[in-house]
Design a protein around this ligand. Structure first.
Ligand SMILES: [Zn+2]
Length: 268
């Protein structure tokens, strides 16, 4: 057992991290956040994630975030197919449905998500799913497809206890972010995150978004820490999880590390 952590959702290609990748990764290493999954959200970020993952010895995903579904083109499927030939590309996504702000029209989101499911089935790679305000549709789609998909992760879960139970009954993995540390938006989650079985839990910062310090009243928390999330802050999420699951910090590190290996099929 060690107390190393894996951040399974880092948007390292976001412009706020541009040119600062070394610093961000060093800061994370100092906090024992030793591995990261670099998550693609369109074609160019997916390509960049794959390159950065190679450079830093991490793994990456490739796909179109539902916000970017409208950017999907006729040749996008073939381009993603090419990218997944790289050995460090370990999941298809993030992809899914986000009806919170509908940056892409819902029907296009559905079409593009279906393409990602096809790609996951064809490649045998796990599916990295984003769902916001689309639980019922998402639950139905996963239940219809899960037997042909290798593994499915619902990342950044922020829903209700019933939704969590329904997802878990499908056998998916659940990713939790700094949302659980947010007194305004994430408090409800703390009452039931203990129902996630040890072998289904993953943790993630989704940095640079969703800082775990957003609602902190501690005097040592700067406004930069509240609004610019980093992989180093994963420790805060692990601490909050340990507290509300009534488990030790080391146990959270241990199970989430093992789940990373099982889900992404790598110990890189
Ligand atoms: Zn997401």
């Amino acid at each position: 057992m060690n107390n190393n952590l894996v951040d399974i959702c880092v948007n390292l290609t976001d412009k706020v991290f541009s040119g600062k990748e070394d610093t961000i990764i060093n800061e994370a290493n100092k906090k024992n956040v030793t591995k990261m999954v670099l998550v693609g959200n369109d074609l160019s970020s997916s390509k960049k994630c794959q390159r950065l993952a190679k450079q830093y010895n991490f793994v990456s995903t490739v796909g179109y975030h539902p916000h970017n579904a409208k950017e999907w083109k006729e040749d996008s499927y073939a381009k993603l197919q090419k990218l997944i030939e790289f050995e460090n590309v370990r999941a298809v996504g993030e992809c899914g449905l986000d009806f919170n702000r509908n940056f892409s029209p819902p029907e296009i989101q559905h079409e593009v998500f279906a393409k990602h499911i096809d790609l996951a089935k064809e490649s045998g790679l796990p599916l990295f799913v984003h769902e916001r305000d689309a639980f019922h549709q998402m639950h139905k789609i996963i239940s219809e497809n899960i037997k042909d998909c290798k593994k499915v992760l619902v990342h950044c879960f922020t829903g209700t206890k019933n939704a969590l139970e329904d997802y878990l009954s499908l056998g998916v993995y659940i990713g939790l972010t700094g949302w659980i540390c947010d007194d305004r938006r994430g408090k409800h989650l703390r009452d039931f995150i203990n129902i996630i079985p040890d072998d289904r839990l993953l943790i993630e910062t989704d940095s640079p978004y969703l800082s775990p310090y957003i609602s902190s009243k501690e005097s040592n928390i700067t406004s930069e820490m509240k609004y610019l999330n980093k992989p180093a802050y994963l420790t805060e999420i692990a601490k909050t999880l340990a507290k509300h699951r009534n488990q030790s910090y080391d146990h959270i590190c241990d199970i989430t590390y093992k789940n990373y290996i099982n889900f992404f099929g790598t110990d890189k």
